[in-house]
Design a protein around this ligand. Structure first.
Ligand SMILES: CSC[C@H]1O[C@H](OP(=O)(O)O)[C@H](O)[C@@H]1O
Length: 341
């Protein structure tokens, strides 16, 4: 099943969104049938649906839901609330804007625009998988390129998109073409997208992998335990600075120290040339509970303070390459995403 999709209406029920509730994976594969924008916003805020490309599709389909089900006077307020449900991933606002632009042409045109966002993401995931695997063939030694050990953080597979995903889509491509020796997946505290979601997807692929705690990554890299680091992105600024899951910046520093290529994999829809640099990216803070608890089980003492930025920014100078569905940008050679395609 896709992470998120649209189900056409029947005589019993109007068209609506179906999504796999990722907050319950891997213990439970629960499908949510979403009929209202408020329920979609709740699903986004609690990461039942998550990942920049998937959020773009959610935003676009949410506009179709609003136009289909709400009084015209209520649509803009609902769409505006959806657009800011999570601030860091540029894709959410972009998906909303792409579907909203079709409003003058009616509900069918809005749905068609939203389904195009979905279909374009599916195509982009396949293109990124191929471009990323080709780049590894170019920059790694022959032995590493044919038997690669690839480290990754958070979850960037089909669950973070619609199908295949971004960085984990490259890992899948390397596996499918017999060139993956091992994936190394960081658990990714505090919400454990790595141990819950990436491990689940790698198992389904049948790919060889190790799950590691986040704090083991630097010493594994320094000891020569990985041939490349592949990460996703939530927003790529005009100069190449990249916002991604918290811990990505530390991983980039460790990769730089270890002399290991650090590769960002993201669709062009995640490139935001309106944001000049990483300093302007709004980093979502998700509050102290996620740090102090795991699925409602209190770990830290009551009454403590906790900082919980959900993302950090990796400066372009630490990024070897940015692989998109359309191109490979090489910040290590002075390339910038705001240069024309
Ligand atoms: C290809 S997904 C991009 C990005 O989204 C994830 O964040 P979250 O799980 O909070 O939605 C993570 O930063 C991924 O790298």
């Amino acid at each position: 099943m896709r992470a998120i999709d649209w189900t056409d209406g029947t005589t019993e029920r109007p068209g609506h969104i179906r999504l796999l509730d990722q907050s319950l994976l891997p213990q439970s594969e629960t499908v949510l049938e979403i009929d209202t924008v408020d329920d979609l916003i709740d699903a986004i805020k609690r990461l039942a649906v998550r990942g920049a490309p998937a959020l773009g599709v959610a935003g676009a389909l949410g506009v179709a839901l609003a136009v289909q089900n709400l009084d015209p006077a209520e649509v803009d307020k609902a769409i505006d609330k959806l657009r800011v449900a999570r601030p860091t991933a540029v894709n959410l606002a972009l998906g909303v804007d792409l579907a909203r632009a079709a409003r003058p042409d009616g509900a069918a045109a809005v749905l068609a625009a939203a389904l195009k966002v979905r279909d374009d993401d599916i195509a982009a995931s396949s293109a990124m998988a191929k471009h990323g695997a080709a780049l590894l063939g170019e920059i790694l030694s022959d032995s590493a390129a044919s038997s690669a050990r690839l480290m990754t953080i958070c979850n960037t597979g089909g669950l973070a998109a619609v199908e295949r995903g971004t960085a984990l889509g490259v890992v899948q491509e390397m596996h499918l073409t017999g060139r993956l020796k091992q994936a190394i997946a960081l658990e990714t505290r505090p919400l454990l997208q790595g141990s819950r979601l990436t491990a689940w997807e790698l198992l389904q692929m049948g790919a060889p992998f190790d799950l590691i705690v986040d704090s083991a990554a630097a010493s594994i890299l320094a000891a020569g335990g990985a041939d490349a680091v592949l990460v996703g992105a939530d927003r790529i600024a005009a100069n190449g600075d990249t916002a991604n899951k918290i811990g990505t910046f530390a991983l980039a520093l460790a990769a730089d120290y270890a002399g290991v290529p650090f590769i960002v994999v993201a669709p062009e829809s995640t490139v935001d040339t309106q944001t000049a640099s990483g300093a302007e990216i709004d980093i979502e803070d998700r509050g102290s509970t996620e740090v102090a608890e795991i699925r409602g089980m209190r770990l830290a003492p009551e009454g403590i303070a906790a900082a919980n930025p959900a993302f950090d920014v990796t400066p372009a100078k630490l990024i070897t390459a940015i692989v998109t569905d359309k191109r490979v940008i090489r910040p290590d050679r002075g390339d910038r995403p705001d240069q024309p395609l």
